[in-house]
Design a protein around this ligand. Structure first.
Ligand code: AGP
Length: 612
């Protein structure tokens, strides 16, 4: 996700802001920019690409000034480009802004502002916000702090913003809601950033601005208010964490940080897309195909690895709710087959990176044969979103760990929304059922938070099986792709051989593998196949297998027979893959750490397989 850095004080701002952006590079981004206020007025430099590209671009420009701000952009609205990079300026060019987050109602605001004569230079939601602030300041004749406060009362969404006025080089305005922001307190200087990594080398004294707070920062002081104008007394805390730990948000590895980000990333993924009270799903990215979706023959899902597992979950959901036939294909196989594809097919390509070569090739082939191509991707402006006819971004934020975690659950969330959206178009779900499903889906992030609380028990189980040479993961229904995903996680970061299987398939051969050396992880949650899974557990126990069961909290049946039980909250069967995956991610993580493996960069693997 985006990174922001601001500085006001007695030192030259450029080197502090530039270095701060480099400290935030781990957050993932696709463009960068810096604004300064100096004797020549306001200097703004912004470029698509890495911070180094920006640094080179500004090398011979005016980089003076003791007040400035910088931004690394993770594109959400508008592809990565110079014009869409931050900072953005107001219509009159006086005000500038940097922003991390999403302004959900930017389209409506933009229309109103265009009607008042505003001209926009970018496709971003951020530029709309600074124009709105300018408009309010002009109409109400207000100071900047008050204009920002009133404007923020009109926007919905998430933001961490810093604003400058080139006619007031003695102040920065900062505000946050739903996106992180830290203010570093120095002597005669203040620092603002998305987290403490750009700040910690200058001061350990920080203020964590709270959601819904706005700050006026000068060289001498800062004033903090709530959006309802009540002045706050900010709490100055002393940082204990080391810089390296800070980049991982205090977690030992990026993978663990990303596992724990899932309540937030799934909330971000659903933001502006579900309306439980009305029983409505809105997917702006594919709405121009809403009519077509009413009478397509088939959906073909193409993907690789973890994304392919998400596709299998999608198959269960789309067939169950939208009653559209679905085939899930390994992109690497599909691209070399000679499949029958017609104009009445929709191909959904799933890819976290948006750069996987096999998936791109499968898209090209399907496109040549007339299919409509949708993408589900986590990187705005990546190659795959540019190849597809339409798509839905997962908005999970950058995933640094090679082993995919939050991107997988975000993909499954998007596929759940797509299944409901298609059902909505085809009328295969009643309005009351949709309200019930969306109301429960809206609370899934809280249930995922609850599932994360089993971490200590999971660590104990990891200790028991960390030296195994093999492991089986078994599930039925949508528990089967979850089993596959759990097996892949264990394989790729702990190097233990693991296989996912449909639980019912064991008797057709694999049960020969069972002995006391074989740990078997069952997805044994309360769902339509619960009784059958219990029989499978008994078959394994009868052959001295070691059973670890993911169960619905309060389960007493499986507790009697499994060696270890890990509880997750109860939920509608449609949402169980989102919950049951969490303990499997943590189990593989802890085993890998205990085995001394390189969790974030496992051997032989790349985060994005851009070659065949
Ligand atoms: C999953 O943990 C792996 N990193 C890998 O299987 C990955 O899912 C696969 O390479 C597909 O990548 P993509 O989603 O970026 O296309």
């Amino acid at each position: 996700m985006c990174g922001i850095v601001g500085y006001i004080g007695y030192r030259e701002a450029w080197p502090i802001v530039l270095k701060g952006l480099k400290r935030l590079e781990y957050r993932g981004y696709d463009s960068a920019g810096i604004a300064l206020i100096n004797d020549s007025g306001q200097s703004i430099y912004k470029k698509a690409g890495k911070v180094a590209v920006l640094e080179e671009f500004a090398e011979h420009q005016d980089r003076t000034g003791t007040i400035g701000m910088g931004h690394t952009r993770w594109a959400t609205h508008g592809v990565p480009s110079d014009r869409n990079s931050h900072p953005h300026t107001s219509n009159n060019g006086k005000l500038s802004i940097i922003h991390n987050g999403i302004i959900e109602n930017y389209a409506t605001l933009k229309e109103e502002l265009i009607g008042r004569g505003h001209e926009f230079k970018s496709d971003t939601d951020t530029e709309v916000l600074i124009h709105l602030i300018e408009e309010i300041q002009k109409i109400e004749n207000l100071d900047l702090l008050e204009a920002v406060r009133l404007a923020l009362n009109e926007v919905s969404g998430a933001y961490a913003i810093v604003i400058m006025d080139k006619d007031h080089p003695d102040q920065l305005i900062a505000a946050r809601k739903g996106s992180p922001m830290v203010i570093g307190v120095g002597k005669g200087e203040y620092f603002i950033a998305s987290d403490a990594t750009p700040i910690i080398e200058y001061t350990k004294n920080v203020i964590y601005l709270k959601d819904g707070e706005i700050a006026l920062v000068t060289r001498e002081d800062l004033l903090v208010k709530q959006l309802d104008n009540i002045v706050q007394t900010p709490l100055i805390q002393e940082l204990e964490l080391k810089l390296e730990m800070l980049e991982k948000g205090g977690f030992e590895h990026f993978m663990l940080k990303e596992i724990y980000e899932q309540p937030r990333s799934i909330k971000d993924c659903m933001r502006g897309r579900i309306y439980p009270a009305e029983g409505k799903v809105q997917l702006g990215g594919i709405k121009e195909f809403a009519e077509k979706l009413k009478n397509i023959d088939r959906i073909i899902i193409v993907a690789c690895g973890t994304s392919w597992h998400a596709g299998l979950v999608g198959e269960y959901l789309i067939e169950e709710y939208a009653r559209i036939p679905v085939e899930v294909e390994y992109a690497s196989e599909f691209r070399y087959r000679n499949p029958i594809i017609t104009e009445k097919d929709v191909v959904i390509a799933i890819s976290q990176s948006g750069e996987t070569a096999d998936t791109m090739a499968a898209i090209e082939m399907a496109k040549e044969r007339g299919a409509t191509i949708f993408g589900i991707c986590n990187v705005a402006g990546a190659s795959i979103p540019r190849l597809t006819h339409a798509g839905v971004y997962t908005h999970a934020g950058p995933e640094i760990g090679v082993a995919s975690t939050k991107a997988f659950t975000a993909q499954v969330t998007v596929l759940t929304l797509m299944a409901f959206y298609m059902a909505q178009q085809k009328g295969t779900i009643t309005a009351s059922k949709m309200i019930e499903l969306l109301t429960e889906l809206d609370h899934i992030p809280e249930k995922i938070q609850k599932a994360l609380e089993s971490n200590d028990i999971i660590k104990e189980v990891a200790e028991k099986i960390k030296d195994s040479r093999n492991c089986l993961f078994l599930g039925r229904g949508s528990g089967f792709p979850v089993a596959l995903e759990g097996a892949l996680k264990l394989k790729e970061i702990s190097y233990i051989h693991a296989e996912g299987y449909p639980a019912a398939e064991m008797k057709h051969g694999p049960i020969a593998l069972i002995d006391e050396e074989m740990p078997v992880v069952f997805i044994a949650t309360k769902n339509s196949s619960y009784e059958k899974v219990i029989s499978n557990i008994q078959e394994v126990k009868a052959r001295k297998g070691k059973v670890i069961a993911i169960v619905t909290e309060g389960d007493t049946e499986v507790q009697k027979m499994a060696d270890y039980c890990i509880e997750i909250p109860d939920a509608n069967e449609a949402f169980l893959p989102l919950l049951a995956t969490i303990p499997l991610q943590l189990l593989s993580y802890h085993i890998a750490v205990m085995r001394g493996c390189n969790v974030d960069q496992p051997r032989n693997l790349a985060k994005s397989v851009t070659v065949e």
